[in-house]
Design a binder for this molecule. Sequence first.
Ligand code: AMP
Ligand code: ZN
Length: 465
Amino acid sequence: MKIYNTLTKKVEEFIPYEEGKVKLYTCGPTVYHYAHIGNIRNYIGHDILDKTLRYLGYDVTRAMNITDVGHLTSDSDSGEDKMEVAKKREHKSAMEIAKFYTDAFFVDFKKVNCKVPEIVSPATENIPEYIKIITKLLEDDYAYISGGNIYFDISKLDNYYCLTNQDSNLVVGARESVDEDSNKRNQADFALWFTTSKFENHELLWDSPWGKGYPGWHIECSGISMKYLGEHLDIHGGGVDNIFPHHTNEIAQSEAYLGHKWCNYWFHNEHLLDETGKMSKSKGQILTVSVLEEEGYDPIAFRFMCLGSHYRKQLLFTYDNLKQAQNTLNKLKKKINSLSTDGEVDSKVFDEYKAKFVEALENDLNTSNALAVLYELLKDDSVNDATKRSLVSSFDEVLSLDLFMEKDEVDSDLDKEVMALIEERKEAKKNKDFGKADQIRDDLLKRGIRLIDTREGTTYEIIKD
Ligand code: AMP
Ligand code: ZN
């Protein structure tokens, strides 16, 4: 398989450290708020990577952290712990906040058919691991204590900027707007451990050889990864915004600690955008999977929309794009569910089509080409239905689009969508927005759905299939 490696800036042949086995680590959510659909796009990208590796026969072990302490409002050690911000907002304890948003995260994660990694570990559950690493970094002079906190000294490394190829002046310059931390020898150094000297009112504190304190953000991923996956990691995933400083710092501290190369392939997903730019949690209303559902959309249609574009390309989210994805997916499922169960699977044809599907995925996870293979298969009159069914079911191990959902379930999805639009039209009429109400009626008519207004309310009929 070929994947793009941020470390080398090339699409490369993937060769695991140990033959046939893959140790995969992906950064998890910061549980101070709901995950928005941009975050979810990132996890869908990781899910496709994870499932493709398994589909190709690798024995994959995957770990993911849950950030429930230490991630400050600025990625470069300034501001407040995000959990503290949430506590003030919601008047709850840090652990109550973490539990609530971790549960909410996994509800949405599963709704888009993401597979839960073998290991999911909250940052707060691995403190001894961080203390072990930091102790050694201090002993070996890679870290220093200043103002009660512990910082990693980036001047001790020749190749600190290996992931970004940035020269240090450029990066420090880019951070000029960030509050300076006078405890740091160099503003580009990063925190490994905070003590109360930095944040007096921090709720979560642990004893350490350096006094009561709590971990910096980056150390959790190195600690959790090494604890569960060992000293050699094959692939580390995240979003492009994690490249610097988060992953840069993970590499620095892990390799200084281990004394050898830590992770061979760095995998990064591009962002989901809305009309104003990168979708983010700090932008007011958070667009979640549950909101999409409330608007009448199937979360799997969002997954389908994501698979239609490459993970290394930015993707613009609009409801129109989602609507289109929902319609295409419904049609696709309808077609698949109309396949008969007659005949026998032709293994030669099966292998040929599977090879094409694999080829698309092996080419840096080209999911839109993989979907094109599915369309080609469904159109191919020379292939019998049994073979088609068998291939679709095989492809869906990776795509996870519930392609075999029963026809009436597909119909019920359509029903939900139309009923939601009827409700929206009713609301528009109530607000005297007749333009919008007519638009909804006309749009549905173009799709072959005629609305019928009666005294009891509005129903609909399907006039073309
Ligand atoms: P957070 O919960 O804020 O730590 O973010 C979780 C993950 O979502 C990180 O790995 C980010 O890189 C990723 N992410 C954040 N915003 C977006 C976005 N708009 N599109 C795609 N991924 C994102
Ligand atoms: Zn991480």
